[in-house]
Write a protein that binds this ligand. Structure first.
Ligand SMILES: *Cc1c(COP(=O)(O)O)cnc(C)c1O
Length: 422
C-alpha cells in the first residue's frame, strides 16, 4: 500500500468496520450479465481484494506521487489514458473506484470524474467544438448549459441553435448543417420535463456525422444511454449519487476508445479535478441509492397525484405520472424516475401568491439542487428561458421529494395551499 515504501506521498485512509475476504478484483458488467442493476450499485467499483479486505475503497489524498526510479516515471507518464497513479490531477484509487462504478451503472467502458455536473456539460462541449462549428441544444436544457452556449461558446465562434423540446427527428432534420458537430440532449428537460425520443434523434445525428451528448442526470439508474445511441453520457453526481446535499461532482461516460481519448485529454488540459473526499462520499451514497430512489419515487408519485387533483393546480409536470405528455415515452425508455417534478398553478394565481405558498411551507426547504434526502422547493417562473414558446401560463415551482414521511409532506403542502388562497 502507499503508506509503505517510496511509491506514494500520502497514506490512504481506510475506514471500515467489516473486513470482507475472498472477493474478486475489479469487475465489469460482462462478468455478471444477469446481475440486477441494483446489485451493481452495491458491488461496482469495489476491488476489495486490493485493500486488505476492507469493504470500502480507501480515501487517498495526494498531489505528488513518488516514483521508485526514472524509468518507471517515464513509463507511468505515458499512461494518462489509463488509471495510473502518476500525479494527483490524474486521479487516485478513490477516483478510479468511482469512475469504474459510474461507467458500470451507465453501461459504458470509461468514465471521467470532473468537479461538478456543470463541468461535465461544458468539458465535452469544449473538447469537441472548434471555431466555425455549430451545435444543436434542446430548448429546455439546464440553464447554466444554455448560458455556456450563449457565453463562452459564442465567444469562441461556435454557434448554437436551440431546438424545440419535443422536436421529432423529422422536425430536427432541417436544422443540421454541414458544420453541425454535436447534438446535445437532456431528457426530460430541466423545469418543464419534456421527454425526448433519444434513439430516433441520435440515429439522425449519426447520419449527419454529429456526436451525441446526453445530460442523463434525471435518468440515473433508469436510462441506459448507450442502448439509445448516445456517445457521451453526462451526470451531475451531486444529485442522487451524492444523495446527501453535501458534495459537487460530475461524470462523463463513454463506450468507445476514441471518445475516451478526447474526453480524458480535454479534462486534463482544462485541469479538471475532483476532491477525493467528495468521490469517497459519492461512493458511499451510491450504495444506498436504490432504496432511497425507490422510496422517493413512490412518495413523489403519491404527492404528484395529490397535487394534480387540487383545484389550485393547472398541471403537474412529471413524466412518471399517467396522463403526462411524456408518460408513454418514459414508460418505453425508463425503468423508473427520480422524485423531481414541476408544478404549474392555474393562471388566475399571481406570482405573489405562489411565493406565499413557498414561504408558508415548513418541511420543504427553499434551495437549489435535488437528489438529496430532504424535500426542496424552488420558484421557477421567471427563470425558464426559452428560444421557442413554452406552454405555461400560471406561476411554476419545482419540487423535490425527500425521505420524510409523505403524509407529513402532504399536510405541509395542504397548509401552504390554504395560506396561498388567503
Ligand atoms: C444540477 C444539474 C446539473 C449541474 O450539476 P452541478 O453539480 O450542480 O454543477 C447539470 N444538469 C442537470 C440536469 C442538473 O439538474
Amino acid at each position: 500500500m502507499m503508506a509503505h515504501g517510496r511509491n506514494g506521498a500520502a497514506a490512504p485512509i481506510l475506514r471500515s468496520s467489516v473486513m470482507q475476504y475472498n472477493r474478486p478484483g475489479p469487475r465489469t458488467p460482462s462478468d455478471a450479465p444477469n446481475e440486477h442493476p441494483d446489485t451493481r450499485l452495491v458491488r461496482a467499483g469495489r476491488p476489495v481484494a486490493k485493500y486488505t479486505g476492507v469493504v470500502n475503497p480507501p480515501l487517498i489524498r495526494g498531489s505528488t506521487v513518488l516514483q521508485p526510479d526514472t524509468a518507471t516515471r517515464r513509463r507511468e507518464g505515458k499512461r494518462w489514458l489509463e488509471q495510473s497513479l502518476t500525479y494527483g490531477l490524474n486521479g487516485s484509487e478513490t477516483h478510479f473506484a468511482l469512475e469504474n462504478a459510474i461507467a458500470e451503472i451507465e453501461g459504458g467502458t470509461h468514465c471521467q470524474i470532473v468537479s461538478s455536473g456543470l463541468a461535465a456539460c461544458t468539458v465535452p462541449l469544449l473538447g469537441y467544438l472548434s471555431a466555425g462549428d455549430h451545435l444543436l441544444v434542446p430548448d429546455m436544457v439546464y440553464g447554466p448549459t444554455r448560458d455556456f452556449c450563449e457565453g463562452l461558446l459564442k465567444q469562441f465562434g461556435i454557434e448554437t441553435t436551440f431546438y424545440t423540446a419535443t422536436a421529432t427527428a423529422h422536425e430536427l432534420a432541417p436544422l443540421f448543417r454541414p458544420e453541425t458537430r454535436v447534438l446535445f440532449l437532456e431528457s426530460p428537460g430541466s423545469h418543464t420535463f419534456e421527454v425526448q425520443d433519444v434513439a430516433a434523434l441520435c440515429a439522425l445525428a449519426h447520419q449527419h456525422g454529429a456526436v451525441t451528448m446526453l445530460d442523463n442526470t434525471w435518468g440515473i439508474r433508469h436510462f441506459q444511454p448507450f442502448q439509445h445511441g448516445i456517445d457521451l453520457s453526462i451526470q451531475a453526481l451531486t444529485k442522487y449519487v451524492g444523495g446527501h446535499s453535501d458534495l459537487l461532482l460530475g461524470s462523463i461516460t463513454v463506450n468507445d476508445e476514441a471518445h475516451w481519448r478526447r474526453v480524458r485529454s480535454t479534462a486534463g488540459m482544462l485541469g479538471q479535478y475532483a476532491s477525493p473526499d467528495d468521490c469517497w462520499l459519492a461512493l458511499r451514497g451510491l450504495r444506498t441509492m436504490a432504496v432511497r430512489m425507490n422510496h422517493q419515487m413512490q412518495s413523489a408519485l403519491h404527492i404528484a397525484t395529490f397535487l394534480s387533483e387540487r383545484p389550485e393546480i393547472q398541471r403537474v409536470l412529471y413524466p412518471a405520472l399517467p396522463g403526462d405528455p411524456g408518460y408513454e415515452m418514459w414508460k418505453r425508455d425508463f425503468t423508473g424516475a427520480p422524485s423531481l417534478f414541476g408544478v404549474e398553478f392555474k393562471s388566475s394565481f399571481t406570482t405573489e401568491q405562489s411565493d406565499r405558498f413557498i414561504d408558508s411551507l415548513s418541511i420543504f426547504g427553499l434551495g437549489a439542487s435535488w437528489g438529496g434526502y430532504e424535500s426542496l422547493i424552488m420558484p421557477t417562473y421567471g427563470t425558464i428561458h426559452r428560444s421557442h414558446d413554452i406552454p405555461l401560463e400560471g406561476p411554476t415551482v419545482r419540487i423535490h421529494i425527500g425521505l420524510e414521511d409523505p403524509q407529513d409532506l402532504i399536510a405541509d403542502l395542504t397548509r401552504a395551499l390554504d395560506a396561498m388562497q388567503r
